[in-house]
Write a protein of this length. Structure first.
Length: 232
């Protein structure tokens, strides 16, 4: 089977999404000598039309993206809209019953931010006529690309197992992949630890460094949409 993985992270090859997809690829290729895997990077927006054309070659797809403050990246929405409009113009592009799995991850540690997305993915599959195979949800993903593999054995093992299931033509084991969501909401003890970390300045070290690196530190409290449109 020929699988196409659509990476909708703006970071492309440098993304956490790519790191996780690579683990799924490894599991798939270990499980089946007949499987093939190719990752397409949707941050190359000028190639979206070509990416839609590639669907005709696929026996299955994985659509993967990060969640940014509970929002799908614009390039992910753009690609889905491109696919929708192309299908409206040319029904021969439709791939009825094409197997489709999803991988979504969020920097926030709570699973509640991604809890609604399996339903969204089911609706996407119904809209395009794809066969829904399941959604992998991974909260607290921001450090995946930075941490050594030894610290991510459990995550990588489950991603490889998911790739293996897809190679064998199976739907994702929802019970297994739900184990990646350690908790839907932070409990009181973790909330206390987070507040303590904020007070001593370690909870937001990475975020603050990113703000300074991108010259946004002085604008961090700006609220450009706090005023109604058309007013100064």
């Amino acid at each position: 089977m020929r699988w196409l993985a659509f990476n909708a992270s703006p970071r492309g090859k440098k993304s956490n999404t790519h790191v996780m997809l690579e683990q799924m690829r490894a599991g798939m290729l270990e499980a089946s000598l007949e499987a093939s895997w190719e990752e397409l990077f949707l941050n190359r927006v000028q190639e979206h039309e070509a990416a839609v054309d590639r669907l005709s070659e696929a026996d299955g797809i994985v659509f993967a993206y990060p969640l940014y403050t509970d929002s799908m990246p614009g390039i992910a929405v753009r690609f889905l809209e491109t696919l929708y409009h192309r299908l409206q113009l040319n029904k021969r592009l439709a791939r009825p019953d094409l197997p489709a799995a999803f991988l979504v991850h969020s920097g926030f540690p709570e699973g509640v931010h991604t809890a609604h997305l399996p339903d969204l993915h089911r609706r996407i599959c119904r809209r395009f006529g794809f066969r829904y195979l399941g959604t992998i949800r991974k909260p607290g993903s921001e450090g995946v690309r930075l941490m050594p593999p030894t610290m991510q054995r459990s995550l990588f093992a489950r991603l490889r197992e998911s790739g293996s299931m897809l190679a064998c033509g199976e739907s994702l084991d929802q019970g297994q992949i739900d184990n990646l969501v350690r908790y839907e909401r932070l409990g009181p003890p973790r909330q206390l630890l987070l507040r303590a970390g904020e007070k001593i300045g370690i909870a937001n070290m990475y975020w603050n460094r990113m703000l300074k690196q991108h010259h946004a530190w002085d604008a961090r409290f700006d609220a450009p949409y706090s005023q109604p449109w058309g007013r100064s």
